[in-house]
Write a protein that binds this ligand. Structure first.
Ligand code: PGA
Length: 255
C-alpha cells in the first residue's frame, strides 16, 4: 500500500477552486491498485472535500481538548464528525509558528483517542558549510522529535500512526532529498519508534512516508522504495493534474 497525501496548506482561496480540484478525481481511478489517497485541505473545506466521497480526508492540524472554551480551536471529535479520518500533526510550518514537542504529544494523544489516524511529521534542518554543501545530521534531531511526540503513546494505537519524514531544507524549497537518504531516514525512524515504545514488531509496521519538494517527476523514485510507504505532497498537490500524476506513480509502485 502506498499513501499519497496532498497537503494543500492555506489553499485554495475560493470555494469554486476547491470544487474544481475535487472534480478532477474519479472514485474509481483513485483507490485502485493499492494506493490510498488522502486530501488535507484547510479546515473550512473539509466538509466539501468529504462530501465528494472520492478520497480520504485529513486535517492539517487539531486541538488537544475535545470540548471547552477554546476560541478558534477545532477538536478531534469535530474533525471526525465532518468525515475526517486523518490529521497531520507536527508539520514543520507549525513547529516554526511555535508548536513544541509537548504540544505535538498532546495533539497526537487526543487525535488517537478520538479515532483519528495521525500523520506525524518529523525532519531535521541542515546548514550549508563553507563549500556550500548541506550538512545534515538526521539522528539527534529526528530522534528527539519522535521521543517528544510519542512518549507515553499506547502500543495498541501504533496501528493508527503514520510518520512523514520531511527534512526542513527540502520542504517548499524545490530541492528534494535523495531516495537513498530518505530510505535511510525511514529505517532510522522505525528503529527510534521501536526504542521509544518498546513495541518492536509493531514499530516495523508503521508506515513511513517521504515529504519535501515531491513532484510528478521525482515521485516514482521515492515510491519504488519498498521501505517508503508513500509521499506527502505540498506545493505540487495544488494543481490537481500534477497531483494525479503522482497518484499514478503510486499505483505503478504499489504491491
Ligand atoms: P512541499 O511541501 O511538497 O511543497 O515541499 C511538503 C509539505 O508541506 O508537507
Amino acid at each position: 500500500m502506498k499513501y499519497i497525501i496532498a497537503n494543500l496548506k492555506m489553499n485554495p482561496e475560493k470555494r469554486e477552486d476547491m470544487e474544481g480540484w475535487m472534480k478532477q478525481f474519479r472514485a474509481a481511478a483513485v483507490e485502485r491498485d493499492g494506493t490510498h489517497v488522502i486530501a488535507c485541505p484547510p479546515f473550512i473545506w473539509l466538509p466539501l472535500v468529504a462530501s465528494h466521497n472520492t478520497v480520504a480526508v485529513g486535517a492539517q492540524d487539531v486541538f488537544w481538548e475535545q470540548k471547552g472554551p477554546y476560541t478558534g480551536e477545532v477538536s478531534p471529535s469535530m474533525l471526525r464528525s465532518v468525515g475526517c479520518d486523518y490529521v497531520i500533526v507536527g508539520h514543520s510550518e507549525r513547529r516554526a509558528l511555535g508548536e513544541t514537542n509537548e504540544i505535538i504529544r498532546k495533539k497526537i494523544k487526543a487525535a488517537l483517542q478520538a479515532g483519528l489516524k495521525v500523520i506525524l511529521a518529523v525532519g531535521e534542518s541542515a546548514r550549508a558549510n563553507e563549500r556550500g554543501t548541506l550538512e545534515r545530521e538526521i539522528g539527534p534531531a529526528v530522534e528527539e522529535q519522535l521521543a517528544g511526540a510519542l512518549s507515553g503513546i499506547s502500543r495498541t494505537k501504533l496501528g493508527n500512526l503514520l510518520i512523514a519524514y520531511e527534512p526542513l531544507w527540502a520542504v517548499g524549497s524545490g530541492t528534494a532529498d535523495t531516495p537513498e537518504d530518505a530510505l535511510k531516514a525511514a529505517l532510522f525512524i522505525r528503529k527510534c519508534v521501536s526504542k521509544i515504545t518498546g513495541a518492536h514488531a509493531r514499530a516495523q509496521e508503521v508506515p513511513v512516508l517521504y515529504g519535501g519538494s515531491v513532484t510528478s517527476k521525482n515521485a516514482a523514485s521515492f515510491l519504488e522504495e519498498e521501505a517508503l510507504q508513500g509521499v506527502l505532497v505540498g506545493n505540487a498537490s495544488l494543481d490537481a493534474r500534477e497531483f494525479l500524476k503522482i497518484v499514478e506513480a503510486g499505483s505503478n509502485h504499489s504491491y
